[in-house]
Design a protein around this ligand. Structure first.
Ligand SMILES: NC(=O)c1ccc[n+]([C@@H]2O[C@H](COP(=O)([O-])OP(=O)(O)OC[C@H]3O[C@@H](n4cnc5c(N)ncnc54)[C@H](OP(=O)(O)O)[C@@H]3O)[C@@H](O)[C@H]2O)c1
Length: 247
């Protein structure tokens, strides 16, 4: 029986290329996103690469819809091998707006979207006594970023939750990986005006992510320049330096 892999945010970027990588290995992929046409094109491509799958057109903020989709995915033949809580959005805090709307949008999708994805799978993974959960956090999770504090805070929150879930679920043979990419080509990083050091092509990034998840790494920060230079700098740099370089 082929492996089943569930991926949120599969209509573009990292999620799309994760779908292709698993499809090439003959996996059955459960794909979610809001844009039906784009997700349809991704699934067609997965099938032409030798995989199979099913699309679920859902907003990750809709807990009931996520629960039904995941129940359906679980009911399909085969064990659930890996779950990617990948869907996410960027965006500024709009600190001068006087409104929490922009921040809450980021927090809802990037945090509640992750819990809505992971939690419905837990009883099933415990029962089958194996499984891998991967949550796409970010290098940005290592510092509260000026004007992107909701984004960096949301990514810190999910990285922290991964640590707790991983510790609790270890005895059920379930691994939880917090994946912390630097810059990766995608719709989110399309903005050519922003400096994006050490940026990786999407397919290259996805191979690194899959390797880390297969090795059941708890936290995976990449590329190496981000792991050894940027993250330590982000953690310990004084505020004035962060302001100067606009990290
Ligand atoms: N690219 C980078 O440099 C980078 C670095 C660090 C972390 N990340 C993280 O990697 C993840 C993937 O991002 P990406 O770079 O691949 O960006 P992307 O190309 O913009 O992909 C984002 C995906 O999330 C989906 N999505 C967004 N809001 C959603 C919602 N409310 N409900 C359901 N799906 C939703 C989008 O699909 P629809 O719009 O069709 O719903 C899309 O498939 C994100 O969590 C991001 O924060 C990216």
């Amino acid at each position: 029986m082929n492996k089943k892999v569930f991926i949120t945010g599969a209509s573009s970027g990292i999620g799309e290329y994760l779908a292709y990588a698993y499809a090439k290995n003959g996996c059955f992929v459960g794909l979610t996103a809001r844009r039906e046409e784009k997700l349809g094109a991704v699934l067609s491509q997965c099938k032409s690469l030798g995989g199979d799958g099913k699309n679920y057109i859902i907003d990750v903020q809709d807990a009931d819809a996520m629960q039904s989709a995941i129940d359906d995915f679980i009911s399909l033949p085969g064990d659930v091998d890996t779950i990617y809580a990948n869907a996410g959005v960027g965006g500024t805090d709009e600190l001068s707006s006087g409104s929490a709307t922009a921040m809450n949008h980021v927090l809802n999708i990037n945090i509640l979207g992750v819990t809505n994805t992971v939690m419905p799978f837990i009883p099933h993974l415990k029962a089958q006594h194996h499984g891998k959960i991967a949550v796409i956090s970010s290098v940005a999770s290592f510092r509260g970023l000026p004007h992107h504090a909701a984004y960096s805070g949301s990514k810190a929150a999910v990285r922290n939750m991964c640590q707790g879930w991983g510790t609790a679920l270890y005895r059920y043979n379930i691994s939880v990986s917090a994946i912390c990419p630097g810059f990766v080509s995608s719709e989110m990083t399309d903005d050519k005006d922003i400096t994006q050091p050490f940026k990786l092509d999407t397919d290259v990034a996805v191979q690194k992510i899959i390797r880390a998840v297969e090795k059941r790494k708890k936290v995976f920060i990449f590329p190496w320049q981000m792991r050894f230079l940027t993250v330590p700098l982000m953690r310990y740099a004084p505020d004035w330096l962060v302001r100067k370089f606009g990290m």
